[in-house]
Write a protein that binds this ligand. Sequence first.
Ligand code: SF4
Ligand code: SF4
Ligand code: SF4
Length: 260
Amino acid sequence: MAQAMCLIDTSRCIGCRGCQAACKQWNQLPAETTTFTGSYENPPRFSSDTWCRVAFREHGDNGRVDWLMSKQGCMHCTDAACMQACPVGAIYRTAFGTVDIDQVKCIGCNYCVVACPFDVIGFDRRTNKARKCTFCIDRLENGLQPACAIVCPTRSITFGDASDLVPEAMIRADRLRAAGRVNARIYGLDELNGTAMLYVLTDAPEKYGLPADPEVPLQTRISNVIFRPLRLVVVVAAVFGLWATRSRSKQLEQARTESK
Ligand code: SF4
Ligand code: SF4
Ligand code: SF4
């Protein structure tokens, strides 16, 4: 698969939260205690134990009530702020074109949490690691679809290759506009050079609680330029240190053998 993708067609979402529950179940993420915030949206934000959430947004227009529901989570951006923010290179692009956090390499610095324009990364205080949606890489590697996609009863989430799903998304957005949803559009094609979660929205992204123009923060871009060469220096220094320690211990061992 060249580029794995989930097409999220919000016009088909009924807000059942099957995707949210399936994500918790497959990834063995515990439930969280929350309080009522005046919305069906629950939990109200992403965390290290909540990687997938269904957003419920109610809008009133000319006496008509519009419920906009959408499955949200990591977008698996091409221009990924989290990857650029990570000072130790723990966030990487997988063979499926998605973005994952190497839990062994993560040092819990939180830079990615702050940099993500979608605010989807949670910090796990138990392990001191950053966590988010993995695009179910463990399922993809075994020829399975992401848990959220397979469970969706209305096929609001469709898994496949970008080469098939991008044209499909365009057709669906056209159909919605022809049916009177004049603001219908695709979200995730141009944003951040494309995202592996591609949306068909019936209205403007802000109405779904999505940023209209998501960007990699300027300070992340600048620090990436500064830290990347430093990262190389640290790795070279570590390799040199290892080599020097090994040669010194070899010399000592040899000297010990000769003195016997
Ligand atoms: S949505 Fe955030 S966490 Fe996911 S790839 Fe983009 S920047 Fe990284
Ligand atoms: S792809 Fe997997 S990890 Fe990501 S939201 Fe869907 S179920 Fe959760
Ligand atoms: S499972 Fe499908 S229909 Fe149900 S909330 Fe998730 S995306 Fe919407």
